[in-house]
Design a protein around this ligand. Structure first.
Ligand code: FAD
Length: 352
């Protein structure tokens, strides 16, 4: 179990800026996100699209904003716990909170900042009864370590960018793309229409023509197991004919969808699936638990990144007295405060 002063649930833009504001007040944070990377909606839903309403940044993409925020929080050395969902949050007898995640991480903290946005982004899974028991051995919902699929008879399910890119990456005919190659790659999608860059789509068509990648159109309707192993999928094509498709590994890349899930079960006041907060500290009804960004609601709430950023400042100042009860919490400017310069690791300027 790790003890800390603050846990931020969600590494979206608002969760990241919360880490920064906590850092300025000398509060170290652990951050948990279900995704394998930071950025929340910006990275998952619109990484290449331009944002025009971040103050002082006339234009930047979702991905660029996430990268800039990560650079901004770096001096405070937050500890990120990716690929895990915070599943439980319970108050302890000493007033602290115990958070547990889907992968077994346990964090004991004085304060919690819920920056969960529209919910935990989780991979869309196959709706085939019983197949989930192969999860982590033969069934995967993200690539993780690509070496897992090397020299295997690999079936990739999906029609979007990720499925197309990884089918090409694992295909031996595209040596320059990726070091790990599968023995055989089959791309399985419910229709013969794929979404990716023009260049990748051209490569994919060529790979189908050259039989470097097999294309199977249809839906998985069952599977065959032998000696505890997944040996074949039953795939039903658009003409309702079902065939066996042999495989070693199944990589399902059907994208992600947000699930509010556990946040709704923590006894916090909700209004239409959003956490109710005050606008002085952005505290929930439980002292010590704050909520910022798209997950919260209050009169006049606007689901904009800039509004979430403002909320982070007041939440950090709201939390500081709980962590440092004997310390006077001062508002200082990053331009002029030597203390903040030291925290940020920036050189002294003449004005210091
Ligand atoms: P999110 O970005 O949703 O991040 C929340 C994170 O928390 C996610 O990564 C999620 O996986 C994680 N999480 C949730 N619950 C858990 C849990 N239990 N355990 C672990 N992890 C969890 N806003 C603007 O201001 N300007 C724009 O131009 C703009 N354009 C947009 C365009 C599109 C297409 C969309 C969809 C939104 C746009 N927005 C824009 C809105 C903006 O993206 C959101 O306001 C912002 O992302 C909210 O940030 P957040 O950090 O609160 O939540």
């Amino acid at each position: 179990m790790t003890e800390t002063d603050a846990v931020v649930i969600g590494a979206g833009p608002v969760g990241l800026f919360q880490v920064f504001q906590l850092g300025l007040l000398e509060i170290k944070a652990h951050v948990v996100d279900s995704l394998p990377y930071a950025g929340g909606q910006c990275m998952e839903l619109y990484p290449d699209k331009p944002i025009y309403d971040i103050p002082g940044l006339p234009i930047c993409t979702g991905q660029e904003l996430a990268e800039r925020l990560l650079r901004q929080v770096a001096p405070f050395e937050p500890v990120f716990h990716y690929r895990q969902v915070v599943t439980s949050l319970a108050r302890q007898p000493d007033g602290r909170f115990l958070l547990e995640t889907s992968t077994g991480t346990r964090l004991l903290t004085r304060t919690v900042f819920i920056a969960a946005g529209v919910g935990a982004f989780q991979p869309r899974t196959l709706k085939v009864e019983g197949i989930e028991r192969f999860q982590g051995t033969q069934l995967f919902h993200d690539v993780g370590d690509p070496a897992t699929f090397a020299d295997k008879n690999l079936v990739i399910v999906g029609g979007d960018d990720a499925a197309v890119e990884w089918a090409l990456n694992f295909c031996a005919a595209h040596a320059d793309r990726h070091p790990h190659k599968a023995r055989r790659v089959t791309l399985l999608h419910r229709r013969d229409v794929f979404r990716s860059s023009d260049e990748s789509l051209t490569q994919l068509r060529q790979s189908f023509e050259q039989r470097a990648i097999d294309l199977v159109v249809g839906q998985i309707t069952g599977f065959t197991e032998a000696e505890g192993k997944l040996v074949a999928l039953k795939v039903t094509d658009p003409d309702n004919v079902t065939r066996d498709l042999a495989l070693d590994m199944l990589l399902v890349l059907l994208g992600v969808s947000p699930k509010l899930g556990p946040v709704a079960d923590w006894g916090l006041d909700l209004e239409r699936k959003q956490l109710q907060v005050d606008t002085e500290k952005f505290s929930t009804n439980v002292p010590g638990i704050f909520a910022v960004g798209d997950i919260n609601t209050y009169p006049g709430k606007k689901k904009l990144i800039v509004c979430g950023f403002h909320e982070c400042v007041l939440a950090a100042f709201g939390a500081a007295p709980l962590i440092f009860p004997d310390k006077k919490i001062l508002l200082q400017y990053t331009t002029t405060s030597p203390r903040l310069h030291a925290l940020l690791g920036v050189a002294k300027t003449a004005s210091d």
